[in-house]
Design a protein around this ligand. Structure first.
Ligand code: FAD
Length: 473
């Protein structure tokens, strides 16, 4: 695909752009390389130009120009997504929104911020009011709020507050459409779901209104168990303790913590399966009693460390969620992972069954969450990778046991999700992006409405099959 970039640049006079190929390539990437499949498929993907608007008015000018000239627009926060979400499959403009980074308003229970604001910066601004975001991904220190809403799902905080999909966890969004004269729409309630987790395929998020929770100096704890089943049972039960306020409950099977949590290594005896927890300070004594009741060994408490011991330790949430995978990859670059859900109420039984089958080929990693008032867990198991065929068998094995896999080795919304069209997102795309220029190739329902998800084929965006990916379209 070639686009009239000269005409585009003339239309964008006064707006910052970057067309140095090395820099454009760098801004056309995210953490897609976590997946050997995506690495093979997407390595050659690059945009043609990065546009860096500094204001909402500049965003609207870029969108109007791209509509007229038929140039694709792929929005980008800070590029920490895992599935090639922010990678411009059809080239064109990478719209870098990191310049829209203002916190606009803080009130009791809510904050309004521009889409490019970094999550940790939003919390820093809310700090003086004693409040913080309910939820954040483990990429808290680097990711943007717009990217979290368009590409993420939940994370730290989900043990108390659920996920981004839950009504009330995103209060409202202001978005811009990609039309001849871009419109600004204000979405609230159910309408937020049209754009949330749509990978920027049907609107550019300009600013967001998010609910806030009381901020605490969270205590970090690690608890060890000799038996993995006991660790999972303890974590599940800790999740259910409504009176102990928590922000994180994770379980990581031995030997992953010992092999990959290098800075915390001194606290982690060989062979122990580790539960990570973040607790509000007033829960301290209750947590100690609860842990003793369950026979857990308290290995680490951030509030008991000397300044010397605390030096150089990353925050505990950077050992959890997808940071567990990142740390494992740093030690063993051949490792990859899956994302699964163990549905309530059989979560513990399903975890036990699948890990008994897969053993050390797929070390367990559980993240406990509260959905609709019920405690259950996601899995982010590591996979000692031996090839795409075996990976597909492992996925199939999970599905056969009633464990849905949100496949992180696919770049489309549908294949990475529930393998079905999201009718509300598709309908909204018709309205907000009539030419189909926003992040092309990520919504199969738009490009290929008859695609058969049950045929066992992987969707390949037209154009990628010419790039020596080894796949056929
Ligand atoms: P990007 O990667 O830049 O973009 C993500 C998607 O959103 C892309 O499709 C992009 O096109 C679109 N987009 C970006 N900005 C806009 C906008 N303003 N309007 C419309 N579309 C937009 N995710 C979780 O949910 N929970 C976790 O705990 C978690 N942990 C992670 C740990 C690691 C180590 C890594 C590498 C990733 C993790 N992620 C997690 C994924 C990712 O970091 C988060 O979802 C993050 O919030 C994405 O923000 P970003 O600014 O990097 O978005």
């Amino acid at each position: 695909m070639t686009y009239d970039l000269a005409a585009l640049k003339a239309r964008l006079d006064g707006i910052r752009t970057e067309d140095n190929p090395a820099l454009v390539r760098q801004k056309s990437r995210d953490f897609y390389w976590y997946s050997p499949t995506l690495k093979r498929q997407l390595d050659a993907v690059t945009g043609d130009i990065v546009v860096l608007p500094a204001s909402e008015e500049e965003v609207l000018r870029v969108l109007a120009a791209c509509f007229d000239l038929g140039i694709p627009v792929t929005p980008r926060g800070t590029g920490t997504g895992n599935y090639g979400q922010a990678m411009p499959l059809a080239g064109g403009v990478v719209l870098d929104l990191s310049g829209l980074d203002q916190v606009l308003e803080i009130a009791p229970g809510r904050v309004r911020a521009q889409a490019g604001a970094i999550l940790a910066d939003i919390d820093a601004a809310c700090g003086p009011s004693g409040q913080e975001l309910r939820l954040h991904p483990s990429t808290y220190r680097t990711a943007s709020i717009g990217g979290f809403i368009a590409g993420g799902s939940g994370g730290v905080g989900s043990i108390t507050w659920g996920g981004l999909r839950d009504l009330g966890n995103i209060l409202s969004l202001r978005i811009a459409t990609l039309e001849a004269t871009p419109r600004i729409l204000h979405l609230t309630g159910e309408d937020v779901q049209k754009v949330a987790h749509a990978y920027g395929t049907n609107g550019i998020i300009l600013d967001v209104e998010m609910p806030l929770a009381p901020a605490y100096g969270w205590i970090e704890a690690m608890v060890g168990f000799a038996d993995f089943g006991e660790a999972a049972a303890y974590a599940n039960a800790l999740g259910e303790q409504d009176a102990l306020l928590k922000k994180l409950v994770s379980v990581i099977a031995a030997p992953i913590p010992q092999e990959t949590f290098l800075r915390h290594r001194a606290f982690l005896p060989d062979g122990m399966h580790i539960v990570l927890a973040m607790l509000a300070p007033m829960a301290r004594a209750g947590f100690e009693s609860f842990t003793a009741r369950h026979g857990g060994t308290l290995l680490f408490r951030s509030d008991l460390l000397s300044p010397e011991e605390a030096k150089g330790l990353p925050p505990l949430y950077e050992l959890a969620w997808n940071h567990t995978t990142l740390r494992a990859l740093r030690v063993d670059p051949t490792i990859t992972y899956l994302q699964t859900l163990y549905p309530f109420p059989n979560q513990r039984e399903l975890v036990a069954r699948i890990h008994a089958l897969l053993g050390d080929e797929v070390p367990a990693h559980l993240e406990f969450v509260r959905f609709d008032g019920k405690i259950t867990c996601f899995g982010l198991p590591l996979v000692r990778y031996t090839g795409e065929e075996r990976l597909a068998e492992i996925v199939a094995l999970h599905e056969q046991h009633g464990i849905p896999v949100f496949n992180p080795h696919r770049y489309t919304l549908e294949e990475g999700g529930m393998k079905q069209t999201d009718a509300a997102q598709l309908a909204f795309k018709r309205e907000a992006d009539p030419k189909g220029l926003l992040n092309p190739g990520k919504m199969i329902a738009w490009d290929h409405p008859d695609f058969d998800f049950d045929a066992g084929r992987t969707y390949l965006f037209p154009g990628l099959e010419n790039r020596n990916t080894g796949d056929s379209g």
